[in-house]
Design a binder for this molecule. Structure first.
Ligand SMILES: *Cc1c(COP(=O)(O)O)cnc(C)c1O
Ligand code: SF4
Length: 472
């Protein structure tokens, strides 16, 4: 879908290959110091002209955050978004965003909190900007193996909004909106508004639609674990949080519920200023505990820069109420793909009583090839990170096997060929006998191999060669 490189504004580092294969600094050099415990304090949002006068009560109120979320959902909204970008980062950068919007598979939506976490003096390299605002000049040609539903979720979906892939766990997607839209969303087939590139598959957000999912779970006694994801559970109204939570807890065999939300990352002050949602979650968690069941929150923070005193204070509320919070990150080029960034993230999560759970190899989704890293980067990071902090606070690096194999530990590949970027995984307890392929991004391959990927005959040779190395 992305067919050409655009060059607007600042140039990338000269060699993309060098970027991904660069020699990482010695991990030990970053182990001194306790910077991860220093949360940004005070009225940090006032550094931006649009928020310069706002007190904590004004800026952090849920109403302000919702009302002033910027998006490209209408032409007027897009104009506002571009005006904001122009005011903070100049005209050339705003032009680059405009080109990015035309090509992105995800719509853009960003909360004021997240806008205030962006480094507007260095917007090209800012790890927060990189996740939410596409730039025309940075988009790469897609690898030919990329799709919009790379995990094959639609194929493993017995009723709309429910994915049943693992024997004892289901993924329930009660609705399809989020407080922000991440450029790299793995569900870009369904999440967010339609874009110029993608017409979305719609999920219904009504109790009647949810009842079908509850009925399916009730009929499947093997299901013990329900992941509530989406769409983001932050966007489920508090009475519905309680309704869904209780309906699931009332199913005898459901033992564990996970509430997946980006909310703690992008609008943490809601926990402090709009207690109804938090209270509903705590009520469900209390009910679960009294029935010898468990409720967890799984959040999605990708860089330490997203976390401030507001995050810390919000997390305290869950800690005080006995709700365990875990984090799932996506490994993103230019965001958290160095030892320095990843160890800072992991240790800062720990400082907020958040347990780092998974770091995902970026899925093979279209339109965000610039954000992917090679499997080699993941392997190297895992090796460096293990030993930095408690083992239970060290995330597992996983590849969510394209085509529905489920999550596989990155180091458990059956075969990995760095030159072609092909890796092969298997999932004996999920889809026995099947092989799952992952493909490193083109920018990490030598130019002649990149050329082979655009030639179907050469692709076949690469596949055959990779398969011949498996001991079948
Ligand atoms: C990630 C996921 C789960 C949960 O997997 P865990 O490894 O237990 O975290 C369940 N179902 C689907 C479809 C998933 O993608
Ligand atoms: S919050 Fe999650 S579901 Fe929503 S856009 Fe981001 S990655 Fe996708």
């Amino acid at each position: 879908m992305v067919t050409a490189f655009l060059k607007v504004g600042e140039e990338e580092p000269p060699s993309r290959l060098a970027y991904d294969n660069r020699v990482q600094p010695s991990p030990v050099a970053h182990l001194d110091g306790n910077a991860h415990r220093s949360f940004e304090e005070g009225l940090f949002w006032q550094a931006l002209p649009a928020y310069g006068q706002l007190s904590a009560d004004e800026f952090l109120s849920y109403r302000f955050q919702i009302k002033n979320t910027l998006s490209n959902s209408t032409p007027i909204a897009t104009q506002k978004l571009l005006d904001f970008v122009r005011e903070n980062a100049g005209d050339a950068f705003a032009q680059d965003v405009l080109l990015g919007l035309a090509r992105a598979p995800m719509s853009v939506q960003i909360t004021p909190y997240t806008l205030s976490r962006m480094d507007w003096k260095n917007p090209y390299t800012c790890p927060v900007r990189t996740q939410f605002l596409p730039l025309g000049s940075r988009l790469h040609v897609d690898h030919p193996m990329l799709t919009l539903d790379s995990l094959g979720e639609k194929a493993d979906s017995p009723v709309p909004g429910l994915v049943h892939r693992y024997y004892d766990r289901v993924l329930f997607l009660p609705q399809s909106t989020c407080p922000v839209y991440c450029r790299f969303c793995t569900r870009s087939y369904a999440i967010g508004q339609d874009t110029q590139q993608v017409v979305k598959y719609k999920l219904e957000a009504t109790p009647a639609a949810w009842k079908k999912a509850f009925a399916y779970i009730a009929e499947h006694p093997e299901v013990e674990d329900v992941v509530l994801s989406g769409g983001d559970f932050y966007n489920v109204a508090p009475p519905h949080v309680q309704y869904i939570g209780e309906a699931l807890l009332n199913i005898e065999h459901v033992k564990r519920i996970r509430i997946a939300t980006k909310g703690l990352a992008v609008n943490p002050s809601r926990i402090l200023y709009d207690p109804a949602w938090t209270q509903a979650v705590i009520n469900v968690a209390n009910q679960a505990r009294s029935r010898f069941k468990q409720v967890f929150i799984h959040t999605h923070i990708n860089s330490a820069q997203e976390m401030t005193w507001v995050t810390r204070d919000a997390l305290k509320v869950f800690a005080e109420n006995g709700v365990v919070v875990r984090n799932q990150s996506v490994l993103l080029r230019g965001v958290n793909d160095t030892f320095e960034a990843m160890s800072m993230l992991v240790k800062r999560l720990g400082a907020c009583s958040i347990q780092p759970y998974y770091v995902y190899q970026h899925d093979l989704v279209q339109g965000v090839e610039d954000l992917r890293t090679s499997l080699a980067t993941t392997l190297q990071l895992e090796k460096q990170l293990r030993g930095v902090t408690a083992g239970f606070n060290t995330p597992t690096f996983v590849v969510d096997a394209p085509g529905g194999g489920g999550k596989r530990v990155a180091w458990s590949y059956d075969y990995y060929d760095r030159p072609t970027g092909i890796s092969i995984f298997s999932a004996p307890s999920v889809k026995p006998g099947k092989h799952f392929f992952y493909f490193d991004p083109l920018h990490t391959l030598e130019p002649e191999v990149q050329a082979q990927w655009s030639d179907p005959a050469a692709q076949n040779v690469m596949f055959e060669n990779a398969l011949s190395h498996l001991h079948l």
